[in-house]
Ligand binder design. Sequence first.
Ligand code: MGP
Length: 557
Amino acid sequence: MGLVRDNGVTISGSNADIPGEPQPTGRTLDEAAAEIGQRPLLPAEVPPGITVAVARRSRQRRAEFHGWRLADTQDEQEQVVQACVLVVSQTSLVHYTKRPKPLRAALDGSTAVPEIEPLVDEKYWKRRYNYFARFDEGVRMDPAAWFEVTPESVARHIADRMKYNLVVDGTCGVGGNAIQFALNSHRVIAVDTMAERLQDAAHNAGIYGVRDRIEFVCDDFAHFAKTYHGPQIDAVFLSPPWGGPAHLDAHHFALKDVECPDIIQLFAAAASVSKRVVLYLPRHADLHEMVLLASAHGFAAVEVEKVFFEYPTPHLKLCVIYFWPEALTCPPPAAKGSKKKVGPTGQPNSKPNLLQEAARQQLPCESPCTTKLRDGLLGLPPLAGPVLRAMYCRFHYVGKYAVAVALAFERQQARVAGQRNRGSEALSPVKEGAGSVAEGFCHPALRAPVASALCQAFDDCSGIEANRESAARLKWLLAEVPLLDLLCVASDASTGGPSSNAVSTWGSRLVDLLETRLPEVYHRMLAWRKTAALQASATLTTPSSEQSQTKRISARR
Ligand code: MGP
């Protein structure tokens, strides 16, 4: 048994080194990789670019990982090799959240600062504006949220990448991610097992002005997914518990370290309702486990985004793993990664203008349009501002008339824009590349790096020439065969194919497997090799015949 926290989260892992405690399942499973001599693959070890990660497990360990039941006839010790392309990207975030002044408190005399949890560590309290830039406006957090909530800059960055019609946040908590999704996407469903947390999330969403864009559902996400009968879900985001701050005590994080909820089951549920699943994980997550998840749910490639914080010193903070088709159909990310400045979201975090605020409270109706217009009127440059304000105050009906006319105009514009938008597809984060690449196939720009990464991961022959030939063959195959199929053949070839003997190489076993499994592709490959060889010999003979002709001419002279 693991430890049960106050918030109902059961954790195992490093915390379970308590004398007398039986070994928790998480750690036992975690040792599965070590059993066959494979070290966990940590994000810090993987540079930006393309890597093929290969997970090796015994059949039994893999079944335990996924919670599958093994057929009695299967050999439990037999090894399974699974591979996945990791598209590793790197983003450095720079917060520039300034402490907002308590606007409302200044106006109505109430204190907008929420009650401070006495048990909140100083470290977390100092970061409160990083968690929610508008913290002072009454953001509500529960004890677990202080260490679990996604910092606003990270949540905003993820939401920038996940602009869709419908996003489901399967582990809503106090709403850090759901709010940012709602600021970017059309609709959000936020699911959590704890009703109080959802109430806090709804309250916080109100502060950010997106309460009406989020549908809050109190349910276990796995159950929600099983019973869901709504419109198509474009993406599911999961930020499961990691086992509290102590998760960093262990050398690496295994998904089974958290016993409840079962992250692997949550993932399976998410993959059953959407073709995009995004996992928020610690910086020392074992990427081999991502390979197991990806292979079991039909993802040939996943994007591993390493998120760095620039301050106080640049350091890897966490990882976001995007299981989505775009990982395959987009060109590879820039090797150096990107640096992004992320400021506060919701309303601008500018200096409070008490006059604006006072006028805001006098206005009859609250709508984004009126707010915008009012701010426009009241925020005009020196001369125009006072004149308009005087008009508004003295001749109230003139102001009202101006507001009404402007509102009608804005509404008409919004209607036209809405009609224009409705015709378009779901908002997608992918602008280039996708669509032009057939489903399941590699983007042309990815083929060369994936081919060489496959060679690095599997090819056991040492000769540079053989390796080059192998890479060229794989590059051609990537244009002909869906990546997932090729990865299957490549993995099986690594455990031994039909011609498996002491001298056979991975490359030759791959070709043998192709012949039996994909004969059509195999014969096309032979034809391609023949043509390529003929072309090569033609280019070799052409210069020599030219040379002999020049020689003949010079001899005649
Ligand atoms: P952190 O606790 O701030 O790490 O976690 P640390 O060591 O304080 O970071 P450093 O910058 O001081 O080195 C980093 C982030 O991970 C937090 O802001 C949370 O968003 C997230 N996080 C941490 N924990 C313990 C959890 C968790 O249990 N579940 C989820 N979903 N996120 C967590």
